[in-house]
Design a binder for this molecule. Structure first.
Ligand SMILES: [Zn+2]
Length: 207
């Protein structure tokens, strides 16, 4: 026996698994949802149900998008020879909000973490390699700049180093990072646009 009805308890537990939602917020949201009209709840559950069918992955940068290629890759004003490598979709939003970057992206979908059992095959490293080779093939005399915007954590550094080594033998590829060490990775979303703009003004070679 409990004072929270079973269905509300189940919903609370589900909501609690979402990022950034603690037990108290989860319970508040669950009780709030109970007060919504049935039609609103049906609309909400339908939206969730169709989420994976309606969203597609851009074949070039792996950004979640309504279209394939995504809006950024499909924009002829963007430079396809500058590829900013980020951990997830949120990082792209943060950099786009700063509004100064005119290249394209590549979303790795994670970073290497031996402790969490995340290896090379679990993130899109081979897809990145293929993407870079495809761009080089398309732009015969071009050189690609890979701008690493990964977290400064040990995992982020391991991943950056791995990517740098991967292209070390290719003289048509340079690997750089933004000049000022900003807290990138999943934290990028919290960095204000001005700091990002300053950081993106210069790029330095990854050694
Ligand atoms: Zn794209």
């Amino acid at each position: 026996m409990g004072i929270i009805p079973k269905a509300l308890k189940a919903l609370t537990l589900d909501l609690q698994r979402l990022p950034g939602i603690g037990p108290k917020s989860a319970r508040r949201i669950a009780y709030y949802m109970f007060t919504l009209p049935q039609s609103r709840l049906e609309f909400l559950s339908q939206t969730i149900k169709e989420l994976q069918q309606s969203v597609t992955v851009c074949q070039f940068c792996r950004l979640l998008s309504d279209t394939n290629p995504c809006e950024i890759c499909g924009d002829s004003a963007r430079n396809p020879l500058e590829i900013c490598v980020v951990e997830d979709n949120m990082d792209v939003f943060a950099i786009e909000k700063a509004g100064t970057y005119k290249g394209v992206y590549f979303v790795l979908g994670g970073i290497l973490s031996p402790a969490k059992g995340i290896g090379i095959d679990d993130i899109a490293i081979s897809a990145l390699q293929k993407r870079v080779n495809d761009v080089l093939k398309q732009k015969n005399n071009g050189t690609v700049e890979i701008i690493l915007a990964l977290s400064p954590s040990t995992e982020g550094q391991t991943t950056s180093l791995y990517i740098k080594e991967l292209f070390a033998e290719n003289e048509k590829v340079s690997v750089t990072r933004f000049a000022i060490g900003i807290s990138v990775g999943s934290d990028l979303d919290y960095v204000d646009s001005f700091t990002l703009q300053e950081a993106m003004k210069g790029r330095i070679k990854v050694e």
